[in-house]
Design a protein around this ligand. Structure first.
Ligand SMILES: NC(=O)C1=CN([C@@H]2O[C@H](COP(=O)(O)OP(=O)(O)OC[C@H]3O[C@@H](n4cnc5c(N)ncnc54)[C@H](OP(=O)(O)O)[C@@H]3O)[C@@H](O)[C@H]2O)C=CC1
Ligand SMILES: O=C(O)CCCC(=O)O
Length: 483
């Protein structure tokens, strides 16, 4: 059995510069989704222990926020370099606790590092403003200051990148941050803590706490000291955390569920569209909030596109992420595969047809065959709910207006994609899609320089890009009389 990389593996939480177990001795067992075997254990902290982390973050903020941005940047750069230097070990760790194939996992380690590097630079460019005053004896200035102690609650699908995308801007801005990773993937979060220590981040600036979600989340949302919460995960939990944050009027960044449409017009380059659909749909076995959830294809190319897509999907290999040339690993757990099965069963009952896959993979466990369904309609569950698995339901449409209407018929608004060779259509469709991110002739849109985030019930705020650091800054207006 492949072992976790020992130099980065911790079974204790990083609190106030110390590696601490739960006083109760309680632990959470972390398993490999490929075979259910145990890959590690982490503490299940009590509320009081999480409160200690909050107090330590407040103490650390006093010094960290006062440092020159250049000094914070130098430490973050070292952290970035260490993450890059350990990309292989971090990749292996993610494959073992999350399941994604090694190449994807290593890619995530580098993607995660890119947010630290980017915000190490952006932190030096937090500019204020001088506003022309309506009165001659006054001057009006705008200062930007770090919000204070921040908390992050992160998901299992990107065990490293969803942490660094939040911690990078927070720390660069001068905030301190406590992270609660998902119970399925805490080891990568703790490994980032090991590298943060090596980089010289002062104690209390970046802390990782593990434990029961309601207990930890209750402390982080209830605390008056925590001034901001950043969450990536389901819309359902986002709503709960928003409500829990209301009494203390916390600032919130919420990256929630998606239901991404992928529209292929008659004039699209079909081969490019098929490759885009493969990249967007089957990345991380379909377990990404920006993964295509619904494919809309115009009538003139419907048969040609679905045929090509099904043939290409047939070439994807399913297997354990540590095996060579695997493109699709296991789903995260039983709930995930049961949801995929239920969505496929519902579609088939209502008249859809299987063009590829359509059932659990012969390997057993939570492996599911990459699937293509044709003859899909808006009445099916796959049209309304995020499947979060390797299933591509293909819908048919006739007009541009119809495609846009169907694409927008959802409470979600994270990512959308469309393929067309018409320059006129690019503007019309991009502007009409009610989404925070739109890919034209591409199925991959995420990187550290672009603003990631959604509209409607997909969330609040933007991560990455020069906009991302604003979410960790307060504006202070200074009016000074000079007369
Ligand atoms: N937008 C996205 O990127 C993601 C979307 N999803 C969607 O959500 C579905 C369910 O996935 P799931 O893992 O359950 O996602 P959740 O939203 O439940 O989990 C995300 C994070 O929230 C934490 N959490 C859960 N409940 C609470 C709570 N009451 N208070 C505080 N923190 C809490 C989890 O902790 P713990 O792990 O300890 O329970 C985890 O750290 C998926 O099928 C997918 O559709 C899932 C993950 C990411
Ligand atoms: O599912 C998510 O929330 C993570 C999105 C990964 C990406 O940055 O593309």
């Amino acid at each position: 059995m492949t072992q976790m990389p020992s130099a980065l593996t911790r079974s204790a939480c990083l609190i106030d510069g110390e590696w601490r177990k739960a006083a109760s001795g309680e632990e959470i067992v972390v398993t490999n989704p490929a075979d259910g075997s145990e890959v590690g254990r982490v503490p299940s902290l009590s509320a009081a222990e999480v409160e200690e982390a909050v107090a330590a973050a407040e103490r650390a903020f006093a010094d960290w926020s006062k440092r020159a941005a250049r000094d914070r940047s130098a430490i973050l750069k070292r952290w970035f370099e260490l993450i890059v230097a350990h990309a292989d070990e971090l990749g292996l760790m993610m494959t073992l606790e999350q399941g994604k194939p090694l190449a994807e996992a290593r890619g995530e380690a580098l993607y995660a590092a890119s947010f630290i590097e980017w915000f190490a630079e952006e932190g030096k460019r937090v500019y204020g403003d001088v506003i022309p005053s309506p009165q001659t004896d006054k001057r009006i200035l705008v200062l930007k200051q770090p919000i204070g102690v921040c908390a992050a609650i992160t998901p299992w699908n990107f065990p490293a990148a969803m942490i660094t995308r939040k911690v990078g801007p927070a720390l660069a801005a001068g905030c301190t941050m406590i992270v609660k990773p998902a119970e399925q993937t805490p080891l990568t979060a703790l490994a980032l803590g090991v590298l943060a220590e090596q980089a010289g981040l002062p104690k209390g600036v970046f802390q990782v706490v593990t434990g029961d979600a309601k207990t930890v989340g209750g402390v982080l949302t209830g605390s008056d000291i925590v001034r901001k919460l950043s969450f990536t995960g389901s819309t359902e939990i986002g709503r709960i955390l928003m409500a829990q944050s209301a009494p203390t009027i916390k600032k919130l960044s919420l990256e929630l569920g998606g239901n991404a449409p992928f529209i292929v017009f008659d004039d699209a380059d079909l081969d490019a569209a098929v490759e885009g659909a493969i990249a967007s749909k089957y990345r991380n076995a379909g377990q990404t909030c920006v993964c295509t959830n619904r494919i809309y294809v115009q009538s003139g190319v419907y048969e040609a596109f679905t045929e090509k897509l099904a043939a290409r999907v047939g070439s994807l290999s399913v297997g354990v992420g540590t095996e060579p040339n695997v493109s699709i690993g296991p789903l995260i757990d039983d709930d995930a595969i049961e949801k995929v099965e239920a969505h496929v069963a519902d579609a088939l009952e209502k008249g859809a047809k299987v063009l590829a896959g359509g059932k659990r993979h012969a390997r057993g466990g939570t492996f599911y065959e990459p699937t293509v369904l044709s003859g899909v309609t808006q009445s099916m569950r796959v049209a309304r709910e995020e499947t979060f698995g390797p299933v591509a339901p293909v819908f048919r449409f006739d007009t541009e207006e119809e495609a846009v209407t169907m694409a927008n018929a959802t409470e979600f608004g994270l990512a959308a994609y469309f393929y067309t060779e018409s320059a006129r259509r690019v503007w019309r469709v991009a502007e009409a899609l009610e989404y925070g991110m739109v890919g034209h002739n591409t199925g991959l849109i995420s990187n550290e320089v672009a603003p990631f985030g959604g509209v409607k019930q997909s969330g609040l705020g933007r991560e990455g890009s020069h906009y991302g650091i604003e979410d960790y800054l307060e504006i202070k207006y200074l009016c000074t009389a000079i007369g």
